[in-house]
Ligand binder design. Structure first.
Ligand code: SF4
Ligand code: SF4
Length: 185
């Protein structure tokens, strides 16, 4: 198994918020972000696909060998010397962009795209049993304004949207687990 993004832990140190154990959001840096739809992140990144992402994509009709760049999993740092196992989404032949990127910069799988795409250009980092929202270590997106005035900031909205996607994914995992328990798989 390959270990990628050795630099990622260091670069992802730009924390913008902490999710407290009671679910409250503690803002650490005031940012402003609005996606312009430039799709640069769909071109300059290798997109990690978790097993849940893969399950969702294949349940929507895609074959594994159609969508994965490399069948061997890679390990991606998530903080505290912990890693998660991920596969990488395939790139178009001879073009450095995701296979799901359409000619008009739209995502062909928008409603069920991988989790890392849903929360990009941000990421989740666990450190010392604490959970942080950080700027994604790739630093591809040029549309995040860091340290804006509080009144110009939309950090809370950004973090709430990220939390919404995380909860949706947790619900999916829970339903999957319940199904396994009830069918004895
Ligand atoms: S997240 Fe950033 S890089 Fe990606 S499409 Fe939006 S503005 Fe562009
Ligand atoms: S799955 Fe969609 S959002 Fe994610 S990189 Fe590919 S085109 Fe972009």
């Amino acid at each position: 198994m390959q270990l990628i993004s050795k630099e990622a832990s260091r670069l992802s140190a730009i924390k913008i918020a902490e999710i407290l154990p009671n679910g409250d959001i503690k803002i650490l840096r005031h940012i402003y972000f609005k996606c312009t739809g430039c799709a640069q992140c769909c071109k300059d990144n290798y997109i990690p696909v978790t097993e849940e992402d893969l399950e969702i994509l294949t349940s929507n009709g895609y074959e594994i060998d159609q969508i994965l760049e490399d069948l061997s999993p890679v390990l991606i740092p998530k903080g505290d010397n912990q890693y998660f196992k991920a596969y990488l989404l395939r790139k178009k032949p001879f073009i450095n962009e995701c296979i799901f990127l359409d000619t008009d910069n739209a995502c062909k799988v928008h409603s069920f795209k991988p989790m890392s795409c849903k929360i990009y250009p941000f990421a989740i980092k666990e450190e010392d049993n604490r959970v942080f929202i950080t700027i994604h270590p790739s630093n591809v997106c040029k549309y995040i304004e860091l340290d804006v005035k509080e009144e110009d900031s939309n950090t809370i909205e950004v973090v709430k949207e990220i939390l919404f996607h995380i909860r949706q994914r947790e619900d999916f995992k829970l339903k999957k687990l319940n199904k396994r328990v009830s069918t004895g798989d």
